[in-house]
Design a protein. Structure first.
Length: 294
């Protein structure tokens, strides 16, 4: 007879105690959750939710160039991704300032070109397996270098958010007041974009360039359904991201599914539950409407 304790050990705890690759994947994904999810909350506050998706595609050409020069070398691909992401963000801002195009339109055009260029470069230089690895990642293949990269980026992100919290909040809610107080709004915005790019690059080995933005945005969007205050949203987003990573890794291990997409799928499941059950979701609103009618 299988007891609850035995089932819990075999299903939840056992995979992480038995296999080092599962422990590395868990540590990397939890660290990534702490750094990326708060940035997603600020992106939703700024109504720039699609910016994260655009930048996650924009880093691909840089990753591809790093791959062409050094193979599957994480430092080379990460450096290329950072340069490409910042370059695309800067070019999109320059185009919006010097033409009649808005920044979202110029960014959409830039990231579509960047995505096509990146896929073409990787396909020309590497195999189909290399392309899938870069696009969709492999959390179970995270090595020591990957852990150092994710840990370093998460540490930088948390320290920067703590130091610049007040400025980011003002720039998100009242940029006019921030400018009137002597601060340049574009400095805060560009610094924030640098953090977004760094976290997307840190997540590409674990989740791939196409999936990394999911851990940034899905928990953040879900958190807005549960809370009105910013602090609560930040905490909720981090918790949901970490829970999605844990669930995704366990499902990937037991069901033999790709780890990155499974983690994002778990975040999507938590988002669906939030849509139904949260104070801002469907069921509570239906109950309130029925109560008012009654």
């Amino acid at each position: 007879m299988i007891t609850a304790h035995h089932w819990l050990w075999e299903t939840v705890i056992g995979p992480f105690t038995e296999f080092a690759f599962m422990r590395r994947a868990l540590v990397a994904s939890l660290a990534l959750s702490l750094g990326a999810a708060p940035l997603g909350v600020f992106l939703t506050l700024r109504r720039m939710s699609l910016l994260g998706d655009a930048l996650s595609h924009a880093v691909l050409p840089g990753v591809a160039v790093g791959f062409m020069l050094a193979g599957l070398s994480l430092p080379a691909m990460a450096a290329g991704g950072v340069v490409a992401g910042l370059l695309v963000a800067g070019m999109a801002g320059f185009i919006s300032r010097t033409t009649s195009l808005k920044e979202d339109a110029s960014l959409a055009a830039m990231y579509l070109v960047a995505l096509a260029l990146g896929v073409a470069l990787i396909s020309r230089q590497g195999s189909q397996l290399d392309l899938l690895h870069i696009l969709f990642g492999s959390a179970l293949g995270v090595d020591t270098q990957g852990l150092i990269l994710v840990g370093s980026v998460t540490s930088i992100s948390l320290l920067a958010l703590a130091a610049c919290y007040r400025g980011l909040v003002l720039e998100s809610f009242d940029p006019v007041f921030l400018g009137a107080s002597g601060h340049k709004s574009w400095v805060w915005q560009q610094g924030f974009l640098v953090l977004v790019v760094l976290n997307l690059v840190a997540g590409f080995q674990t989740l791939g360039t196409l999936m990394a933005v999911g851990l940034m945005m899905l928990p953040a969007v879900s958190a807005r359904l549960w809370h009105d205050t910013l602090t609560a949203q930040l905490i909720n987003a981090c918790v949901q991201a970490m829970l999605a990573c844990l669930l995704g890794l366990l499902v990937s291990y037991h069901c033999d599914t790709p780890s990155g997409p499974t983690m994002i799928g778990s975040a999507g499941l938590l988002y669906a539950l939030s849509l139904l059950l949260s104070p801002g979701g469907v069921l509570p609103r239906l109950l309130q409407r029925q109560h008012r009618v009654g």
